[in-house]
Design a protein around this ligand. Structure first.
Ligand SMILES: CC(C)(COP(=O)(O)OP(=O)(O)OC[C@H]1O[C@@H](n2cnc3c(N)ncnc32)[C@H](O)[C@@H]1OP(=O)(O)O)[C@@H](O)C(=O)NCCC(=O)NCCS
Length: 439
């Protein structure tokens, strides 16, 4: 019997690969003024400090919408919005300065904490703020003069990089400055997206107020391409302002070259760490680069899938799948399309009662191998499985066991498979069975 492994030790070891992957990377983390006002701000900043200590270069972008509204209310004024956009008159600008100033001080104070016995003990963090965002006024749109509401004109990426090189955490707020010496109120989501693009950040991370991005069935969307995210925004479904603003920023960032945008609900404790250091799909990943071209298969892909599978079935590498079987199972297939051609496919057979799924028929066209497409499909299907609440993935293979073992799968026995799959195991093929836990 193998000795019992302490779950803490197990989790810490499991996070090693992510620690290595994130070191030296630049993350832009955006959150609303609600997070700043919340009692959970401390814990959130402790987690940010932890990320920083692991070598992640961090830019925080804090919103201040409720604080600005409160400052207006104290002056007996109503906030004025046209759609999503605040109209910032002189009084509102005073409120913006007041709210943004207080937010900065609050964040700087908490990030300076170093009390013994606190998670920040010995952290000695540097915080950098400044005139990094150059603004231009929105001006008059459809007859509405937005006055001191602006948009980012340029982000001084070089200056931010210098602060990050100097090991500081950079804090940005929804304000920018113009060449005329004026201050403008800019949406924090616009600041975050523009900054992530200008810096060439590795990730934009949005901390959401609600439950996160949910699909039409109310289940969390584990991954979206910018195109799918845009369709969701245009679907007419009420996603809530917070989700809509974060999704729009994620789309903008991805289209501007940021490889990955993660949208994570900040409501559950440690969700930022879970998203970054475990395979648990707690958030929604919006990404253009890697998952571009990855999509669910349609009946029209059957010819392309057959062309991929048949040569390998001839060689005995894959099980033969007749066309009728593919027609029946097409909903289980995911493909990667390139220039109108199916260049890779994989199928997922879920056994929800056993919280397990089989990854089958993973094939990349020989001309398109060794450029990460196999990995990409595996990651995609892992996140999809997690999104369905599945905890383990298994695969049957005759000649590719090392490829899977190098990606976290381990040999297991027939008895580990769900009964329904066990009963149809082909003894003659003598396939190896490999299993991967998804958390
Ligand atoms: C396995 C397969 C899907 C990988 O696709 P891919 O797009 O080339 O994968 P990636 O680019 O992510 O990974 C490539 C790496 O895997 C390695 N690899 C490929 N086939 C392998 C195998 N059978 N065993 C071990 N490693 C293998 C490559 O050498 C390469 O390693 P490198 O990065 O050190 O050079 C592809 O080789 C394939 O279609 N094989 C035939 C079908 C098959 O065996 N499917 C699995 C059964 S379900």
């Amino acid at each position: 019997m193998s000795p019992q492994v302490d779950p803490f030790v197990e989790h810490f070891r499991a996070s090693a690969q992510y620690i290595h992957a994130h070191r030296g990377r630049t993350f832009v983390i955006m959150f609303g003024g609600e997070a700043v006002a919340s009692k959970d701000l401390r814990t959130l900043l402790f987690d940010v400090a932890l990320l920083h200590s692991l070598g992640v270069r961090i830019v925080l972008v804090a919103g201040a919408r409720p604080q600005i509204d409160d400052a207006l209310a104290r002056r007996g004024q109503e906030p004025r919005f046209v759609g999503e956009l605040r109209v910032t008159d002189e009084v509102a600008l005073e409120c913006v300065k007041e709210a943004v100033g207080a937010t900065r001080v609050e964040l700087e104070a908490l990030l300076s904490m170093g009390m013994p016995n606190s998670p920040m003990a010995g952290a000695r963090l540097r915080v950098a703020t400044g005139n990094f965002v150059i603004a231009q006024p929105i001006g008059v749109v459809d007859g509405v003069d937005y006055q001191y509401t602006g948009k980012p004109r340029r982000v001084d990426a070089e200056a931010i990089r210098q602060r990050l090189d100097d090991d500081a955490i950079v804090v940005l707020t929804p304000i920018g400055y113009s060449a005329t010496g004026e201050a403008f109120n800019i949406s924090s989501h616009d600041v975050a997206a523009a900054t992530a693009i200008a810096l060439g950040a590795d990730k934009l991370i949005g901390l959401l107020e609600g439950q996160g991005v949910l699909d039409a069935e109310g289940l969390p969307s584990s991954q979206l391409t910018p195109q799918q995210a845009e369709q969701l925004l245009q679907s007419g479904r009420d996603l809530g302002h917070d989700v809509e603003r974060h999704l729009a920023a994620a789309i903008q960032a991805c289209r501007g070259g940021v490889p990955r945008a993660h949208l994570v609900s900040r409501q559950s404790d440690g969700s930022l760490l879970r998203e970054l250091f475990t395979r648990d799909g707690v958030g929604t990943l919006v990404t253009s680069e890697t998952f571009e071209g990855v999509r669910p298969a349609a009946q029209s892909d059957i010819g392309g899938i057959l062309a991929l599978i048949e040569p390998l079935a001839e060689q005995g590498i894959l099980v033969r799948r007749p066309r009728e079987m593919l027609e029946n199972d097409i909903d289980r297939f995911t493909v990667i399309e390139r220039d109108g051609m199916v260049v890779a496919c994989a199928a997922l057979y879920a056994y929800p009662d056993d919280s397990i799924a089989e990854l089958a028929c993973l094939v990349v066209h020989p001309d398109y191998r060794t450029s990460g497409r196999g990995d990409l499909l595996l990651q995609y299907l892992e996140r999809q499985s997690q999104g369905k609440g599945l905890r383990r993935l298994f695969v049957l293979t005759t000649q590719t066991s090392h490829w899977f073992r190098e990606r976290g799968f381990d040999n297991c026995d027939l008895s580990d498979l769900p009964a329904a799959r066990r009963s149809v195991y082909d003894q003659a093929r003598r396939s190896k069975i490999l299993l991967k836990p998804l958390d």
